[in-house]
Write a protein that binds this ligand. Structure first.
Ligand code: HBI
Ligand code: FE
Length: 298
């Protein structure tokens, strides 16, 4: 099969009812493996000293190096020994209830396709590099692995609540774009940040974005950017605290409040807002956004 036929063959896999498909690792081309290696090497120039130890330890434990696109089954056999998590291949974003069910059963759904060489800096749909390099190392941390399972179970309980967008904001500002305190300063654990060299630097060092303390309800009420750097990053004290606060949240009265205030599925706060009640670690200048964002230069 030619490279194009191999890629087409993989894309034409029909998903099962849980949207899983074979990863079809044998069909990756040398160019696709090369894209993984290029992205990996770019990130490893900026992540030491910026990514949290939990992430860097996970990368090492799973041996996710520049050896091309990982083999999901072999990687999952190692991951499962650490925290019981496995990685399953999906063709792309799956419906919320399917996603929640996978997480609730310690299965992380990862895209099996990789971005094209001319899309290295930005992709809209999560590809195998975002999903596996970005998300999987944190699943080797027992407490974070518990958080991801709890998120999935909470999601299943929230179906029909009218508050899935609020729950998505909690996922966005923790799992995707979360920062954490450490004794050496702020560190990154969010997959959306660690899979982007530019945002890894911006999120920690640029004066532009806010950096605010974490609170479950605050995050659930806050809108976020889906196609640019965030205007606010929320900072947790520890993974234990993130898990405890989320598990101790009684979502039923919270959802009632959101519905009564007409905030269910809406966001009361804009991405750049800073509230009186916020723990302000850094109040941003928002200069980046004022210059129009999207990797503004000059
Ligand atoms: N599907 N494959 C995949 N990956 C995601 O990250 C994902 C998804 N479906 C829904 C979703 N994320 C978000 O809406 C979550 O907040 C549920
Ligand atoms: Fe993601």
């Amino acid at each position: 099969m030619t490279a194009a036929e191999k890629t087409f063959h993989r894309a034409s896999q029909k998903p099962a009812d849980d949207y899983t498909i074979p990863q079809d690792w044998e069909s990756y081309t040398a160019e696709e493996h090369g894209t993984w290696d290029t992205l990996y090497e770019r990130l490893m120039k900026v992540l030491p000293g910026r990514a949290d130890d939990a992430f860097l330890d996970g990368l090492k434990a799973l041996d996710l190096g520049s050896g091309g696109i990982p083999h999901f089954e072999r990687m999952s056999d190692e991951l499962e020994k650490l925290t019981g998590w496995r990685v399953v291949a999906v063709p792309g974003l799956v419906p919320d209830e399917v996603f929640f069910d996978h997480l609730a059963n310690r299965r992380f759904p990862a895209g099996n396709f990789i971005r094209k060489p001319d899309q290295l800096d930005y992709i809209q749909e999560p590809d195998v590099f975002h999903d596996v390099f970005g998300h999987v190392p944190m699943l080797s941390n027992p407490v974070f692995g518990d958080y991801m399972e709890a998120y999935g179970k909470g999601g299943l309980r929230s179906l029909g609540s009218g508050c899935l967008k609020n729950l998505a904001a909690l996922y966005w500002y923790t799992v995707e774009f979360g920062l954490k305190k450490s004794e050496d300063g702020l560190r990154i654990y969010g997959a959306g940040i660690v899979s982007s060299p530019a945002e890894s630097v911006f999120s920690l060092e640029d004066p532009s974005p806010n950096r605010l303390g974490f609170s479950v309800e605050r995050l659930m009420r806050t809108a976020y950017k889906i196609d640019d750097f965030q205007q606010t990053y929320f900072v947790i004290d520890s993974y234990e605290d993130l898990l405890e606060r989320t598990q101790n949240t009684d979502f039923a009265p919270l959802y009632d409040r959101l519905r009564e205030e007409d905030a269910a599925g809406e966001y009361d706060y804009k991405p750049a807002d800073v509230l009186e009640t916020d723990e302000v670690i850094h109040e941003g200048t928002q200069d980046y956004a004022k210059k129009g964002g999207r990797f503004a230069k000059g």
